[in-house]
Design a protein. Structure first.
Length: 240
């Protein structure tokens, strides 16, 4: 049974502009509570018992929130900036948590600025030898990483922000990993953005036919831009 979930929440969230100057975007309030509260609440309800929080920007505020969070988790805090310095990118949280994962232990990973339903989170309690990536059909797929299928279930590759249409199934940042993932981290290089990308790690696993796709059924909410504050506020106020 998978019990650990890694939450990647080290960045400031530069696309939030002035809103994230004083606090990480994960702690910006929507519907009366920090965004991170809702993610942790859904993770708890889904059945996870251990959370590894990878933090960095304004770490004191994140630590203060996590101490007062009224959850029933075992929470382990890892400071990405202390471990990796100025190394940056979505693959970095994985590099930070390797020593906290047992050699035969699978785990789930989410981005700290994304929100998923309890139902969709539960779909990633998968005790097999495959890695999994979440996908959602989106009308503006060219703005995201697009998942290319290999047959019905397997991932062939992820194409980041394709300039021509290659499909409408996008990556929504919810993953289940086996320990195989850690061996691939050292094999990737900086992307064109100058960052170490988790999608490059996943593409290496996909080449070995080790990654399957699970589609999101309920919703995926990305908390990235100032407009998202009102969008998610309305969503939370209108949905239990």
């Amino acid at each position: 049974m998978i019990k650990k979930v890694v939450v990647a929440a080290a960045g400031r969230g530069a696309r939030m502009l002035h809103l994230s100057q004083e606090k990480p975007k994960h702690l910006l309030e929507v519907a009366g509570k920090p965004f991170l509260y809702y993610l942790l609440s859904n993770l708890k309800e889904a059945g996870f018992t251990e959370v590894i929080m990878v933090i960095g920007y304004k770490k004191e505020l994140m630590e203060k929130f996590l101490k007062t969070y009224d959850g029933q988790f075992k929470i382990t805090i890892v400071n990405q900036f202390e471990k990796l310095g100025d190394k940056y990118g979505t693959a970095c949280p994985l590099e930070c948590v390797q020593e906290l994962i047992l050699p035969d232990e699978s785990f789930v990973m989410v981005m700290g600025d994304n929100l998923y339903s309890v139902k969709d989170l539960k779909k990633f309690f998968l005790n097999d030898n495959f890695n999994y990536i979440s996908g959602l059909k989106h009308p503006e797929s060219s703005k995201y990483g697009v998942l290319i299928r290999d047959g019905e279930d397997f991932l062939e590759k992820i194409i980041e922000k394709p300039t021509t249409y290659v499909g409408d199934l996008i990556n929504t940042g919810l993953y289940k990993f086996t320990p195989d993932v850690f061996a691939k981290i050292s094999l990737i290089s900086k992307s064109s953005r100058g960052e170490y990308e988790i999608t490059d790690v996943i593409n290496l696993l996909a080449k070995e036919k080790k990654v399957k796709i699970r589609e999101i059924e309920d919703f995926w909410l990305d908390f990235a831009k100032p407009d998202d504050v009102n969008t998610i506020n309305d969503f939370l106020n209108n949905n239990h």
